[in-house]
Design a protein around this ligand. Structure first.
Ligand code: FAD
Ligand code: SF4
Length: 483
């Protein structure tokens, strides 16, 4: 008989007033007893809507059944048969708009806590078992992966297991993409990502860091070096700005720079680590997505007294995950909604002193489906600020496009691919993740890496290049704004 409680088993968390001063993980995770209790809420539905709601089709009821029975090891193998990064996805996937949104238990009460259970199983396995590394016999064919975010890591893992000789080329000095440089430690501890990367190395994948493809080597040069197929998973790391006066003042950061300094260069450990970061008493973060929440919560942890989210629409349109908004509110982040900055104010020395804004109201929905913000007449006001962080969206860096003749991209920079194979307009070159879709999610990037690995295997086995966008135009994604 299933447990018919309408609520998920709560997950223990750090107290908001303590955690907003440290970078340790917010949620502690389920104990085995909690996980088994939550797992008994699953109805084992025959039509499995939750599986259809998962972009990589994790066999959700099957793994949950094993958790309920206390067989965590088997649960892990079920999850990892389709998901290469369960400890990451269990923490950062937007389950509330995917598997959990369509869970039958959500019709009346809360859904089964699928994400928390996935995280529990992955953490349990990391603590108690060694990963099983299974590899097909070597195929003596070289594949290059450009970029080591979730798209590149997944593609590399699948190809290495099929026996390919895989090398990842990563521009930064540390692999992992946004999982390492963007998402803060308090949401995704870096040891978890590091463990997955170590496992990849044990599979024989080589990782060349400090390799900016398009600058140090071009795609054509990689091809000449014997790489018979190339996957581009370079993400969307080029920050957008508002193009308002004052954006070049000292004390203005792009969210990218701000979070990279904190996460990758451990600025919160300065001077023990040698990257400093200056955060004043009053900080404004412009934007309403996950990136904005991460920047605001990080600024609070670095000692800022008042941290504002400045967003031009209302709470209902905030693009960030509900959980992140809730955590930010608990930690004392102040939400200035229906507010649009028009100028960043500064002093004679060139430092930020404030943010001039106007009030907004919502009109009819625009092309994004969200209600269009409209400026209220004569509503300008000023907020004193020491630091302004711009988190309004990112797009793909044009470097690879600029150095790769024949690689077709959209106007805003997204690489054009055939959706069923992720083949680009250039023979033997595939692409996926944010580089194709614009800023999206970890799980979608992983799904693209998987699709590309399958297609690369078919290409290198059969020698036939799959349908390319030249034959059948397919344009994925669009430029997204977090604002
Ligand atoms: P990335 O993770 O961006 O990795 C691309 C890699 O390619 C980087 O390491 C980069 O250095 C490297 N690279 C770029 N150019 C070159 C080059 N020329 N040569 C070599 N290497 C290159 N998604 C969620 O699902 N949940 C969340 O909670 C969430 N929070 C987020 C918070 C932040 C702060 C950010 C920035 C994003 C967040 N996302 C979240 C989005 C998610 O992280 C991305 O959609 C995902 O990481 C995209 O994966 P990717 O592999 O395509 O690219
Ligand atoms: Fe279990 Fe919910 Fe999936 Fe049904 S929809 S099988 S209750 S997780």
């Amino acid at each position: 008989m299933p447990n018919m409680s309408l609520k998920k088993v709560p997950i223990p968390e750090q107290d908001p007033q303590i955690r907003n001063r440290n970078f340790a993980e917010v949620a502690f995770g389920y104990t085995p007893e909690m996980a088994m209790e939550e797992a008994t809420r699953c109805l084992q539905c025959k039509h499995k809507p939750c599986v259809a709601g998962c972009p990589v089709r994790v066999r959700i009821p099957e793994f949950i059944e094993k958790v309920a029975a206390g067989d965590f090891e088997q649960a892990y193998h079920i999850i990892t048969s389709t998901n290469f990064l369960p400890a990451v996805c269990g923490r950062v996937c937007p389950q509330e708009t995917q598997c959990e949104q369509v869970c039958v238990r959500a019709i009346k009460g809360e859904s089964v806590a699928i994400g928390r259970l996935e995280r529990f199983v992955a953490d349990w396995y990391m603590e108690n078992r060694k990963p099983r590394l299974e590899k097909a016999p070597a195929k003596n064919k070289k594949v290059a992966i450009v970029g080591s975010g979730p798209a590149g890591l997944t593609c590399a893992s699948d190809l290495a297991q099929l026996g390919y000789d895989v090398t990842i080329f990563e521009a930064f000095h540390v692999p992992g993409g946004v999982l390492m440089y963007g998402i803060p430690e308090f949401r995704l501890p870096k040891v978890i990502v590091q463990e997955e990367i170590d496992n990849l190395r044990k599979l024989g994948v080589k990782i060349e860091t400090n390799m900016v493809i398009g600058k140090i080597l071009t795609l054509d040069e990689l091809h000449d070096m014997g790489f018979e197929a190339i996957f581009i998973g370079t993400g969307a790391g080029l920050p957008s700005f508002m193009k308002i006066p004052g954006e070049n003042l000292n004390g203005v950061y792009s969210s990218n720079e701000f979070l990279t300094r904190i996460n990758l260069m451990k600025a919160y450990k300065f001077p023990e680590w040698d990257t400093p970061i200056k955060v004043g008493k009053r900080v404004a973060v412009v934007g309403g997505g996950n990136v904005a929440m991460d920047a605001a919560r990080s600024a609070k942890r670095l000692g800022a007294e008042e941290v504002y989210i400045v967003y031009r629409r209302s709470e209902a349109e905030l693009p960030a995950r509900l959980e992140e908004v809730h955590h930010a509110q608990e930690e004392g982040i102040i939400f200035k909604l229906l507010t649009n900055p028009v100028e960043i104010l500064g002093n004679e020395q060139g430092w930020v002193t404030g943010l001039a804004c106007v009030e907004m109201e919502l009109g009819e929905p625009d092309s994004s489906g969200r209600r269009r913000p409209i400026e209220k007449k004569d509503s300008r006001f000023e907020l004193p600020m020491d630091t302004v962080i711009i988190a309004i969206g990112q797009s793909p860096n044009p470097l690879i496009k600029m150095t790769t003749p024949g690689l077709e991209t959209q106007k805003w920079g997204g690489i054009v691919v055939d959706e069923s194979t992720m083949a680009t307009s250039k023979s033997g070159v595939y692409a996926g993740g944010d580089a194709v879709t614009g800023a999206a999610t970890v799980i979608l990037a992983m799904g693209a890496g998987k699709t590309a690995a399958e297609a690369i295997d078919t290409y290198l086995t059969s020698g036939v290049n799959p349908v390319s966008p030249e034959d059948e135009a397919c344009v994925l994604g669009s430029q997204k704004e977090e604002y």
